[in-house]
Design a protein around this ligand. Structure first.
Ligand code: S3P
Length: 166
């Protein structure tokens, strides 16, 4: 692929950013990075960061990481669901290749219900649905590629590969 800029996968919790990211990275022969995992390696478990330092601190950690990853080449980067929502991150990632993995709320919710993600623990299904609606608009505005991830994984990967190569 001519364009070697890293591919940032964005979207709501449960959209399948990590699983699609893994398959996409394999198809491209690129490494997969995961912002949640990188932050957990540096700062400890995310639920603990939220509980002890608050969501604001977590968002600042994400912004710092975004500045570090912005120039990355030849990697697939799965981001946390809130990663591209802040202005600081959007500024840092200007000119980067951002893909929105658009998956209906119901599908996301089935995957995340019962998980220990702080936002899932704190919010009712109705609140999460409202959050999804709010965020969907932002992901659409910020990301230049709109991808789907609903049928078989191989098809989603093949489709996304076409999109990123186009
Ligand atoms: C968050 C999503 C999580 C993680 C954190 C906050 C969010 O990542 O970064 O719990 O604000 O949507 P996943 O999208 O990988 O679950």
């Amino acid at each position: 692929m001519k364009d070697q800029r890293a591919i940032f996968l964005c979207g709501f919790m449960g959209a399948g950013k990590s699983s699609l990211g893994k398959a996409l990275a394999k198809a491209l022969g690129w490494p997969l990075l995961d912002t949640d995992q990188l932050l957990e390696e540096r700062f400890g478990p995310i639920p603990q960061i939220f509980a002890q330092q608050g969501e604001g601190a977590f968002r600042q950690m994400e912004a710092q990481l975004a500045r570090e990853l912005a120039g990355k080449q030849g990697a697939v980067i799965a981001t946390g669901g809130g990663f591209v929502l802040s202005e600081a991150v959007q500024e840092a990632l200007e000119g980067c290749r951002l893909v929105y993995l658009a998956v209906p709320f119901e599908t996301c919710y089935e995957r995340i219900r019962g998980s220990n993600r702080p936002l899932v623990q704190r919010n009712s299904p109705q609140q999460l649905a409202a959050l999804y609606e709010q965020r969907d608009a932002v992901y659409r505005r910020v990301c230049s590629i709109l991808a789907r991830n609903q049928g078989p994984l191989e098809e989603s990967v093949a489709q996304l590969l076409k999109q990123v190569k186009a």
